[in-house]
Design a protein around this ligand. Structure first.
Ligand code: NAP
Length: 287
């Protein structure tokens, strides 16, 4: 692509950003669609997120992604926030509007599209959700909004799961999230559950770890979806497969959160064929 006077810029703010795959997603999409657009990572130092957002506005940046640790801190720098992102309390995408940026959370819809593409449904399901951090909180909303019958939210720190469950249940007007301590998985009724691994345990370089390792737990996992994609096959996925379950990693979630951001910035719809081209490129980084 020729970079010229009309090239639009998008980027990622966070710290660290050196290992991000987002430039591959967005620059591949720009190439496929013939858009005059570049996407670059911007490391932002602690305490400088407000300057970064106003600087981006001054420089006419079309859009930004936001990653750790600024997904909540960025909210007070926005002109407007999408309702769902406001409920979740985390923003990962800024879209330029007249007078400032509007914040969205595309992680959640990204996970949903990833699940749909794998033929996994949430509506009517009983779900086990491991974790109660930023990502798991978004997943809890996703499951509630998409009509899960019940979500057992298991977390090391029970208080955090209780706080998230209280919020989501109040917002939804039904007792859909049931908070539990991790070790109490033994109390779950017999069954094969859709299980979403939303803790940071098992992330490289700690690839040999899983938040629960007991066989008795994996007897209850029908489909296991790990939000982690480094390593390609996590310990949670290995244990799920060893007990006869289907297992998926989080790379498609990353792919689709990026695709939704690109669609918002450029007012386009990315086809499944185009998504597949980007996915193959991303996958090439791992296998
Ligand atoms: P976070 O807010 O820091 O939450 C971490 C979670 O992991 C908490 O529930 C925490 O439990 C639990 N945890 C951490 N260490 C633990 C341990 N030793 N034993 C038991 N539980 C432990 O992180 P996050 O932002 O939610 O991210 C979680 C994971 O999702 C990360 O690995 C991230 O890479 C992944 N993610 C993937 C995507 C994607 O696009 N695929 C997007 C977002 C996030 P406590 O509450 O007890 O501390």
């Amino acid at each position: 692509m020729e970079i010229n006077g009309k090239t639009r810029t998008c980027g990622l703010i966070g710290n660290p950003v050196e290992h991000t795959l987002s430039p591959m997603i967005h620059n591949t999409l720009a190439e496929l669609l013939g858009h005059n657009l570049v996407y670059v990572p911007f490391p932002v130092k602690a305490g400088q997120v407000a300057q970064a957002v106003s600087g981006a506005d001054a420089l006419n940046l079309l859009g930004l992604n936001v990653t750790v640790p600024y997904k909540s801190a960025v909210i007070e720098c926005l002109k407007e926030i999408d309702g769902l992102a406001g409920n979740i309390g985390a923003v990962n995408t800024l879209v330029r509007t007249a007078g400032g940026y509007k914040g969205y959370n595309t992680d959640m819809e990204g996970l949903y599209r990833a699940m749909v593409s794998e033929g996994i449904s949430i509506a009517g399901e009983t779900v086990i959700l491991l974790g109660a951090g930023g990502a798991a909180r978004a997943v809890a909303y996703l499951c509630a909004v998409k009509g899960a019958a019940q979500v057992y939210m298991l977390n090391r720190t029970l208080d955090k799961a209780q706080a998230v469950a209280g919020e989501v249940n109040r917002a939804m007007g039904r007792e859909v999230i049931c908070p539990m301590a991790l070790e109490n998985y033994t109390m779950l009724p017999e069954g094969k559950y859709l299980t979403i691994q939303g803790t940071s345990v098992g992330l490289a370089p700690h690839a040999e770890e899983a938040v629960i390792t007991e066989d008795a737990f994996y007897e209850k996992v029908g489909t296991g979806f790990d939000l982690i994609y480094r390593p390609w096959e996590t310990k949670f996925m290995q244990l799920t497969r060893a007990h006869g379950g289907q297992a998926y990693n989080g790379l498609k979630m990353l792919l689709y959160q990026g695709i939704i951001a690109y669609e918002l910035w450029n007012d386009v719809k990315i086809s499944e064929e185009e998504a597949q081209v980007v996915y193959e490129r991303l996958k090439g980084q791992f296998v």
